[in-house]
Design a binder for this molecule. Structure first.
Ligand code: BG6
Ligand code: MG
Length: 217
């Protein structure tokens, strides 16, 4: 029986995944690394430093720890700048309604984002009170695909993993949810998310009737 829904943030509730891409692309251009949206799929859901490592490996670049920290800080400053100019209308259509509908069914609602900026984003979007528990990149040791973030979210929500349904746009996030023993809805392209229990292309496509389907699969 599903008792809680846990949402990823970037790319599921709001289009910040695009801002992460723009900021990484800017850094890649500066470093002379050829970096496409396809490459960016590997960065989704993983920590800032791990994302940087992937980007550097694409360009076969090795940097010192200090240089890497400076690059990660630079990317983050660009990302924060995009986010600070974001409007509440950038929440994906249907996301807020879905959260309300799930809550009306007595389901607990959690947020599990690898981003260290998650609190800032949900505050700016004025949705921080829509969640019963929030876990972000500052609270975990291992980012997705490790299940840690989802296990911590379940604990905070007072439910066991098998009672949770996760909404994820990243392959690493789907893997993390399944490794946590949770059901998972992939939000995005089938080709990246095929391991999920169900794939929808946008969050607004999720129907409450899917809950029953997901409980029996
Ligand atoms: C995830 C994004 O939510 O957060 C990744 O999918 C991003 O693309 C990661 O790298 C870390 O974000 P931040 O804001 O801590 O750099
Ligand atoms: Mg995401």
């Amino acid at each position: 029986m599903i008792r809680a829904c846990i949402f990823d943030l970037d790319g599921v509730i709001v289009d910040t995944a695009h801002y992460h891409f723009l900021a990484w692309k800017r850094l890649a251009d500066e470093l002379g690394v050829n970096f496409t949206e396809h490459d960016n799929e590997r960065l989704k859901g993983v920590s800032r430093m791990h994302s940087l490592e992937i980007l550097l490996s694409l360009g076969d670049i090795s940097l010192s720890k200090k240089e890497k920290e400076a690059m990660a800080d630079k990317k983050n400053a660009w990302f924060v700048d995009y986010v600070d100019r974001m409007a509440p209308e950038e929440i994906f259509p249907g996301a807020k309604q879905l959260i309300q509908d799930l809550r009306a069914k007595d389901l607990k609602i959690g947020l599990a984002s690898s981003s260290k900026n998650a609190a800032r984003v949900i505050h700016l979007l004025n949705i921080e009170h829509d969640f019963d528990a929030v876990v972000d990149g500052n609270m975990i040791r291992q980012s997705k695909p490790d299940p840690e973030i989802f296990l911590l979210a379940a604990e905070k929500l007072g439910v066991v993993p098998k009672q949770c349904l996760v909404f994820e746009d990243a392959e690493a996030g789907v893997e993390a949810a399944l490794a946590a023993g949770m059901k998972c809805v992939g939000v995005g392209m089938e080709e990246q998310l095929r391991k999920a229990d169900k794939v929808i292309s946008k969050i607004g496509e999720f129907k409450l009737s899917f809950l029953r389907e997901l409980e029996v699969v």
